[in-house]
Structure formats: structure tokens, C-alpha cells
Design a protein around this ligand. Structure first.
Ligand SMILES: *Cc1c(COP(=O)(O)O)cnc(C)c1O
Length: 362
């Protein structure tokens, strides 16, 4: 809005139309004379807002009726604990597919609660990083559930095929891919996502869960993590993150106005292609991930001459292209291009990368 394109991985930019609407309504929401953040979550106005947000999300993702949608606290990491507490009975084991840093962190946290079988699915072949075909994943048949992360935010690795689990409940951390492309919710027992990548501000976490899985939480599960309790109370057992819920609702409306998930998915393809195509033909930048596993949302790239990193970032910033520094664990650069990033922002980034390349070659 201030002429800056923000490539942050999360919390990430929100659609400018949403931010403007929130600003207009900030002090006086729907003629109540109050800000929505000052209102009781039990007021009829807020409950109507909450229900509308849920039904818009259900429509956007075609969520079947036998799934509950929960609006929770605690972020992605909160779910790293909530999932085993609710779904891993004492003495049973769970499979954790490891494809990058977030799925690894989820497995590490789950180990506090039970027997965790990790399955590494990333390999290097002919100098390229790729994910093994899902048929080659050695999944257990007796696991309580299988957990994986379809889009690894830090590593820029995405899996577009959904594994066949032979009936074992499949759980996906979709924090950085939810709503970016169409998915068949019915293939998952549970999907969760922290809001701060593709939904709204931080502080809100969406859980979409098959009703059949409810009611099995361990006795010691904290009440604010107990899916059954949250579902029975329409996500209002404790005070939900009301302002984040409101903003998420505005983002869902915005997404519907853009033509829904199928329309934004096409745009996301175009945006990602612009960067990958340029990087692939360049001698100044590289990305070593195989085409079929390249993330549409988080695009890491490295300068061949790493000594130019600081110069690249400083010049990008001067052009209004911010938050391009890669995650500290992998270095290099990362352009996160969630739904809210307009294609103009991506075009401006690629133009800048070209100019930078020409300059350093001179
Ligand atoms: C950002 C992210 C998380 C962590 O979210 P927090 O809200 O910081 O706990 C977990 N998983 C994925 C895939 C993420 O992108």
C-alpha cells in the first residue's frame, strides 16, 4: 500500500482491499459505535460474523458437512502438540513424513507424547532435490495417523500428490499452502493451518477435522486444545482471537471476489513460473529443487556469488522489494508469494533480478 511489495514468509502481506476495509471499519464496525475487537464474542453481531467466515471457508474449500471447522489459538506449533494429544492413544504409534524443517519440527514435538516413526522422503538425484513418489513412502499400516506437510515453507518444497494411506487417517500441516490451490478435503482426516501465511494475521489457527476423529483426546489434554470441547462450543469455549477471525473473514470474502480458489490457483501458477523460469535461465541465481516439487508459495533462490547477498537485499529494499532474505537455516533468498501478492509485485521482483544480474556482470 505504501508502494512496497512484501515477500515475508509469515506473518505475510494481506490483500490491500482487506486492509483498507479493516481501516474504514476500525473504529465503528457495522454502526455499533465500537471496533469489532471491542465486542463480546458472544454478541449476536460477532456470532453472525463468525458463522459467515466459517461458511465462506467451507464454500471456498468445498468442505464436506461431516467435517468440523475450528478456529483455534496457538499457531502451527500449537497443533504440533494438539494433534498427538487428541489423536495418538497412549501406547500407539504415529507416522511422521519428513520433507523439510516444519515436518521435522512437528515430529520432534510429537515425540513428547508417544512412539513416533519418522519417514524421510527427500532425496537428491542428479544434483536436484526431490520428494520420493508417495508409493515409495514406507508408511506403517498400524499407525494411529500419518502426518505430513504438503508445502515446506522454509525449504520451498511442495508435494502435489496426496499419499494413499490405506485407510490410516491422514493429517496435513497446510499452514503455507491452504487456499493457494484446490484440494480434495475428503482425502484428509484433518487439515490445520496457522493463519499468518494465507489467511489473516497471526494468532488464529484453522483446524478442519473429520467428526469421526473427535472425542479421543487424552485426559491430560489442555481444554484449549481439546478438539471435541472446541467443536461442542463452536470455537468459543474460551475467548477466540476475535480480531484475527474478523480479518480472516474479510480475506475469505476477498478470495470469493477474486473467483475463489481455482482462479487464484491459476494466478499463483503464473506468479511462480515467472520467478522459476527466470532463475533457471540465469547464470547469476539458482534453485536446486526438481520442477515437480517446487513450491508455488515460497520460492527460495540463491545467488551463485553469495558475497553479493547483502548488496542484493539492500538494492531490492531500495526498490520497495522487502523481506527477501532466506531463512537462516538455508541462507540465500526467499520470495514468499502467497495469494495476497499481486502479479505486479512478482514482475517487479523479476525485473529487479534481471537488472541486478546485468549490473554485476558488467
Ligand atoms: C509457519 C509455519 C508453522 C509454524 O507456525 P507458528 O504459528 O509459528 O507456530 C508450522 N508449519 C508450517 C508449514 C509453517 O509454515
Amino acid at each position: 500500500m505504501s508502494g512496497v511489495y512484501n515477500f515475508s514468509a509469515g506473518p505475510a502481506m494481506l490483500p490491500s482491499q482487506v486492509m483498507q476495509r479493516a481501516q474504514q471499519e476500525f473504529l465503528n464496525w457495522q454502526d455499533t459505535g465500537c471496533s469489532v475487537m471491542e465486542m463480546s464474542h458472544r454478541s449476536k453481531e460477532f456470532i453472525a460474523l463468525a458463522q459467515k467466515a466459517e461458511s465462506d471457508l467451507r464454500q471456498l474449500m468445498h468442505i464436506p458437512d461431516n467435517y468440523k471447522v475450528l478456529f483455534c489459538h496457538g499457531g502451527g506449533r500449537g497443533q504440533f502438540s494438539a494433534v498427538p494429544l487428541n489423536l495418538l492413544p497412549v501406547g500407539k504409534k504415529a507416522d511422521y513424513v519428513v520433507s523439510g524443517s516444519w515436518s521435522k519440527a512437528a515430529a520432534e514435538e510429537a515425540r513428547n507424547f508417544g512412539d513416533i516413526n519418522t519417514i524421510n522422503v527427500v532425496e537428491e538425484k542428479d544434483g536436484l532435490i526431490q520428494v520420493k513418489n508417495t508409493e515409495q513412502w514406507s508408511l506403517s499400516e498400524d499407525a494411529a495417523y500419518i502426518h505430513y506437510c504438503p508445502n515446506e515453507t522454509v525449504d520451498g518444497i511442495e508435494m502435489f500428490d496426496i499419499p494413499n494411506t490405506n485407510g490410516v487417517p491422514l493429517i496435513a500441516d497446510m499452514s503455507s499452502t491452504i487456499l493457494s490451490r484446490e484440494i480434495d478435503v475428503s482425502q484428509f482426516a484433518m487439515i490445520y493451518a496457522g493463519a499468518q501465511k494465507n489467511i489473516g494475521p497471526s494468532g488464529l489457527t484453522i483446524v478442519i477435522i473429520d467428526e469421526q476423529l473427535l472425542g479421543n483426546a487424552r485426559k491430560e489434554t489442555p481444554c484449549i486444545m481439546n478438539y471435541q470441547l472446541i467443536a461442542d462450543n463452536d470455537s468459543m469455549y474460551n475467548t477466540p482471537p476475535t480480531y484475527a477471525w474478523y480479518l480472516a473473514g474479510l480475506v475469505f470474502q476477498w478470495l470469493n471476489d477474486q473467483g475463489g480458489v481455482s482462479a487464484i490457483a491459476k494466478l499463483n501458477q503464473q506468479k511462480a513460473r515467472l520467478i522459476y523460469q527466470y532463475v533457471d535461465q540465469s547464470t547469476c541465481y539458482h534453485n536446486h529443487i526438481i520442477d515437480k516439487n517446487r513450491s508455488l508459495m515460497n520460492i527460495p533462490f540463491w545467488l551463485v556469488d553469495e558475497s553479493l547477498n547483502e548488496q542484493f537485499l539492500a538494492q531490492a529494499k531500495a526498490q520497495g522489494l522487502v523481506a527477501l532474505k532466506g531463512h537462516r537455516s538455508v541462507g540465500g533468498m526467499r520470495a514468499s508469494i502467497y495469494n495476497a501478492m499481486p502479479i505486479e509485485g512478482v514482475e517487479k521482483l523479476v525485473d529487479f533480478m534481471k537488472k541486478f544480474e546485468q549490473e554485476v556482470k558488467r
